[in-house]
Design a protein around this ligand. Structure first.
Ligand code: SAM
Length: 209
């Protein structure tokens, strides 16, 4: 938890208690339904929470921003961001029901009212969002194809509506067709070795049509 406060020192009491509660909730639920690897549970705050919150290092979502987390798995990056932005709406989607069971239990345990979940493939979702967030789900061309037409035209935030994708490694080949993409190195935000090769990609709306 100190790790979170190191990079996000201005959290409210409610946010701090929710972030603290996360560890126990994931430990408990992970014993029943394994959605996070053992090693990752031991380093939940580093590998999952802080990693998810990298998105909050480049954007402070305005109130009422609509966000979909595609392939949320156990709730990342959606859950930490829903704690961070309690006045934004998060739609967490995954094609595997048992993962969403954990997400629903954690959401309830935290008392979050800004999270809903849907058990579907993202291709079957017919809504629009200001931002589509994701981590480790598909290569970018596939992801762009799946999420086509799901970004709202109206802009409410300083950053252009679009995809915010957490990725690792060399992205030059995968992103060569998306020329106005911005790639953020997470090592610019965080000093831990885990983030050395990690990136956050922002693909603005016009490339997601
Ligand atoms: C490697 S896991 C990543 C989970 C989570 N985002 C994280 O970073 O911890 C990929 C997840 O994407 C989901 N997924 C893959 N293709 C999908 C699709 N077309 N629609 C919805 N979910 C999908 C899988 O069920 C799985 O839970």
């Amino acid at each position: 938890m100190e790790l979170i406060l190191k990079y996000f020192p201005n959290l409210s009491e409610e946010q701090i208690s929710r972030f603290q509660l996360l560890e126990r909730l994931y430990q408990d639920w992970n014993l029943k339904i394994n959605v996070v690897s053992r090693k990752d549970i031991d380093e939940l705050y580093l590998r999952h929470v802080l990693h998810s919150l990298a998105i909050a290092k480049i954007i402070s979502f305005k109130d009422d921003t609509q966000i979909m987390d595609v392939g949320t798995g156990g709730g990342f990056p959606g859950i930490p961001l829903a704690i961070m932005f309690p006045n934004c709406n998060f739609h967490l989607v995954d094609s595997i029901a048992k993962k969403l069971k954990v997400v629903n239990e954690v959401t309830e345990g935290l008392g979050l009212t800004n999270v809903r979940t849907t058990h579907k493939r993202v291709e079957e979702i017919n809504e629009t969002y200001d931002f589509i967030i994701s981590r480790a789900v598909a290569v970018m061309p596939t992801f762009v194809h799946w999420t086509k037409g799901k970004i709202a035209k109206k802009q409410n935030n300083d950053l252009k509506n679009g995809i915010l994708y957490l990725k690792g490694g060399d992205l030059s080949e995968e992103l060569k067709n998306y020329t106005t993409t911005t790639i953020y190195n997470l090592s610019d935000f965080y000093t831990e070795a885990f983030f050395e090769t990690k990136k956050l990609v922002h693909l603005p709306q016009k490339f997601t049509k």
